[in-house]
Design a protein around this ligand. Structure first.
Ligand SMILES: Cc1cc2nc3c(=O)[nH]c(=O)nc-3n(C[C@H](O)[C@H](O)[C@H](O)COP(=O)(O)OP(=O)(O)OC[C@H]3O[C@@H](n4cnc5c(N)ncnc54)[C@H](O)[C@@H]3O)c2cc1C
Length: 399
């Protein structure tokens, strides 16, 4: 059922060949599981160099217009992403830049903003972070208290953002701030805010249960943002943020990237079961473990067919059903995988990442703890279920 054109097929062959020849050697230090746990400069440098190399080779931003640093070939990014996933190459570090900032700027930016910001986001030269969440504004995202007040040709920002992934390495932030207290939604405006070494900005790392510190608090004290860095109109911030969330939650193709896991989760679980002991034999011979792995395989197969179904218009009853499910399904599956890995490894799961005897270098307990973040980040799964219920199933609106 391949509807691939000759040009697309040739591109796929090119990407496959290029990745086989250029996949980087593993670094001499540990890489985190995903981009939102990158905390050391050596990890950043290695991943930034890899993104730059992929970009130079035409594997990132393939669908973006050439005028903005892209490849100018619609439909190619999906192919590049699939091949990067298949080759299990490292993830691209600039996930906020690629998956949120770039597509939002492409939709809402001025010509000047697109030319200024898109090439650096695609190449990874300029790392982005997202400043949406605040201590009192998570699920209730419109409750933003960070204030932006006009002053001449600038805005002066004061406030407090939290859970800002990659904030410690970011040059720019996509920022929502309140520009009017009289309207909840229409009082919000969207900015492209300088972060690194910018006067008045303080970035404070937050440490997670895993001991990693991939996210931060970001404090703004009289931070000056030029009006030329406002994205779209004053008061349109909510609408612009909805564009960002559509991409963040996977409802539209990103500008590039792969999961970066060196082994497919199902393969890793099967291998772990073969290497682990259960009831005097191998865990892979234990009927309960076998059943759990088969259930996982069935889920994988279901997802594979759903992805194919999504590409056949006659088989899609509601255009947003499958895209909106993505974030929900994948984050919960990752959580299930990690739990199963911990169960299979058994008592050895208590050996953590720095213990040389830990199975798979401590991957399973680390993934297990990290997997909870993914059901919260990008809007919690409860909120995502509300959206699916209301927009796809047509259920009455929740309060
Ligand atoms: C790993 C990670 C990375 C993150 N990175 C970023 C980032 O880079 N930038 C950024 O801006 N934010 C980031 N976040 C923040 C994330 O978007 C918020 O944590 C999320 O939106 C939830 O907000 P909250 O934590 O304030 O929880 P709350 O909104 O206080 O929710 C608490 C609980 O109540 C439930 N709940 C709330 N309202 C409803 C409702 N209407 N119906 C049903 N249940 C409801 C929620 O599901 C949740 O279980 C990140 C979070 C994590 C975990």
């Amino acid at each position: 059922m391949s509807a691939e054109s000759t040009e697309q097929h040739e591109f796929r062959e090119y990407v496959r060949r290029w990745l086989a020849e250029n996949a980087p050697q593993p670094p001499p230090f540990r890489l985190p599981i995903t981009a939102i746990e990158v905390m050391h400069e050596n990890q950043r440098d290695y991943l930034q160099a890899w993104q730059a190399k992929c970009y130079e080779a035409g594997l990132v931003g393939c669908d973006y217009p050439e005028a903005y640093g892209g490849g100018g070939h619609e439909g190619f990014q999906r192919i590049a992403n699939q091949e990067m996933g298949r080759a299990r190459t490292p993830f691209l570090i600039n996930i906020v830049g690629l998956n949120m900032a770039a597509p939002t700027i492409l939709v809402h930016g001025t010509e000047e903003q697109k030319r200024r910001f898109l090439p650096g986001a695609l190449s990874g030269e300029e790392i982005w972070c997202q400043g949406f969440s605040e201590p009192g504004a998570g699920s209730d995202m419109a409750n933003q208290q960070t204030l932006a007040v006009p002053r001449g040709d600038d805005w002066v920002v004061n406030g407090h953002k939290v859970w800002t992934s990659l904030g410690h390495f970011a040059k720019w932030m996509i920022l929502i701030a309140r520009t009017s207290k009289d309207h909840k939604y229409d009082g919000l405006t969207y900015f492209l805010c300088p972060i690194a070494d910018h006067p008045g900005v303080t970035v404070r790392p937050l440490v997670k249960i895993t001991g990693e510190s991939g996210f931060n608090e970001v404090l703004f004290e009289d931070v000056v943002v030029p009006d030329s860095h406002r994205l779209d109109d004053v008061g349109k911030g909510w609408t612009v943020a909805m564009t960002t969330l559509t991409y963040e939650r996977g409802a539209a193709e990103s500008a590039g990237g792969s999961s970066g896991e060196s082994e497919a989760p199902l393969d890793a679980l099967v291998r772990l079961a073969r290497e682990s002991r259960r009831g005097g034999g191998k865990a892979s011979d234990d009927p309960v473990t076998r059943d759990a792995i088969v259930q996982r395989a069935i889920a994988s197969e279901g997802l594979r067919w759903s992805a194919r179904r999504a590409r056949v218009p006659a088989l899609t009853d509601h255009p947003m059903r499958l895209p909106l499910q993505q974030k929900l399904v994948f984050s919960e599956l990752a959580q299930r995988d990690a739990r199963l890995g911990v169960e299979i490894a058994g008592a050895r799961s208590t050996l953590y990442k720095l213990d040389p005897r830990a199975p798979d270098a401590g991957r399973w307990p680390l993934s297990y703890m990290n997997s909870y973040g993914h059901t919260i980040a990008a809007g919690t799964n409860e909120i995502q279920r509300n959206i699916l219920g209301e927009r796809v199933l047509g259920l009455p609106k929740s309060k």
